[in-house]
Design a protein around this ligand. Structure first.
Ligand code: AMP
Ligand code: FE
Ligand code: FE
Ligand code: ZN
Length: 320
């Protein structure tokens, strides 16, 4: 990958990576390792944004405090909107918020049920017998997904690689099982209710302004404008869209595994001015979240408007 696709449009140094995964979802590094990688690069801040779980935040915070790095609380939610799946990044929420946790618990349960169904189908359709509890026991602290089952199948000698597992058994075409996801509107409101804000992750190319305006009106406040697979045109286009429609900007590496070119921690992220601006937003977002406020100096005036979004966290939870 050329350097042009791994540096921000501004060419300023990257000081904050707002999109990373750990072994609590489908990444391969422990939360503390991600923090250490960010600290080694001299970043000011890193967000852990595991898929559908915030389990990595506590262990990451311990390491962030030790190394003097700001940990931005995050999560990457699987959501749907008019029959289409998107990834919605959420930041700066109160981690103990009951509504947020109920929503995440519902997703975790749906993930487990889906994986049970996949395991049952493996036996019925392919004669491959897998003990579901053994898969779960192998990753006791992770939001379970097909990647974990694939790795288990490799360990069992049923397939030769993760790729082999997806090609033969676990690919979308073979499965034909919807992925658990949240209603987009519900997710936006629940995160706001928890004092945080949301950003569409790696937005597809075919969205028009009217779509974005609708989401902005639902309370989505930010957009990921740079990510590893986005070429320069896309980055510029997304930056313009954010300015035109008044979205905050986030950017990150979407780090999952070491050794992937252009996708290491800090490969993509915010420049100093962008991070300053987002940090101001985060200070408002997390005024009640003591863990985060402690790590951010507090010469600020909090936003007080998130409470007007009154949502019952689980009422419209659609786990299709
Ligand atoms: P799930 O959350 O259960 O849908 O699983 C998603 C995980 O499966 C992610 O880590 C993906 O990277 C991985 N995955 C999805 N499709 C494939 C594929 N065709 N080959 C390898 N990994 C895949
Ligand atoms: Fe992932
Ligand atoms: Fe994603
Ligand atoms: Zn991601």
């Amino acid at each position: 990958m050329s350097s042009a696709t791994t540096t921000p449009a501004s060419s300023l140094p990257i000081v904050a990576d707002l999109h990373t995964h750990t072994s609590r979802s489908d990444g391969s590094c422990a939360p503390g390792e991600v923090i250490r990688a960010a600290a080694a690069l001299g970043l000011s801040a890193v967000a852990i944004t595991d898929h559908d779980t915030i389990a990595g935040l506590s262990p990451a915070r311990l390491e962030a405090e030790r190394l003097g790095l700001i940990l931005v609380p995050g999560v990457e939610l699987t959501v749907h909107w008019r029959g289409r799946e998107f990834h919605l990044l959420a930041y700066g929420f109160r981690e103990e918020d009951p509504g947020l946790n109920a929503m995440l618990d519902g997703l975790a349960q749906a993930r487990v049920e889906r994986l049970r169904t996949i395991v049952a189908n493996l036996e019925h359709r392919h004669g491959v017998v897998v003990e579901f509890e053994a898969v779960r026991a192998g990753y006791p602290r992770a939001a379970l997904g097909r990647g974990h089952l694939a790795d288990h199948l490799v360990t069992q000698g049923v397939v030769t690689s993760r790729r082999d597992a997806f090609d033969r058994f676990l690919g979308d075409d073979q499965l034909d099982l919807p992925r658990p996801s949240l209603d987009l509107e519900q997710a936006i409101h629940t995160v706001r209710q928890a004092g945080g804000f949301t950003a569409l992750a790696h937005p597809p190319r075919d969205l028009d302004d009217s779509q974005w305006v609708q989401w902005r009106d639902l309370g989505m406040e930010a957009v990921e404008t740079r990510w590893p697979a986005a070429d320069r045109n896309t980055r510029v286009k997304m930056g313009r869209l954010a300015r035109r429609l008044g979205f905050e900007i986030v950017a990150g590496s979407d780090f999952h595994h070491p050794g992937r070119a252009g996708r290491h921690v800090g490969a993509v992220g915010l420049g100093p001015g962008e991070w300053e601006r987002l940090r101001d937003r985060l200070r408002g977002a997390t005024i009640d979240a003591s863990a985060t406020v402690e790590s951010i100096p507090s010469e600020f005036v909090p936003r007080a408007d998130s409470s007007r979004f009154v949502s019952s966290a689980t009422a419209n939870l659609d786990l299709n």
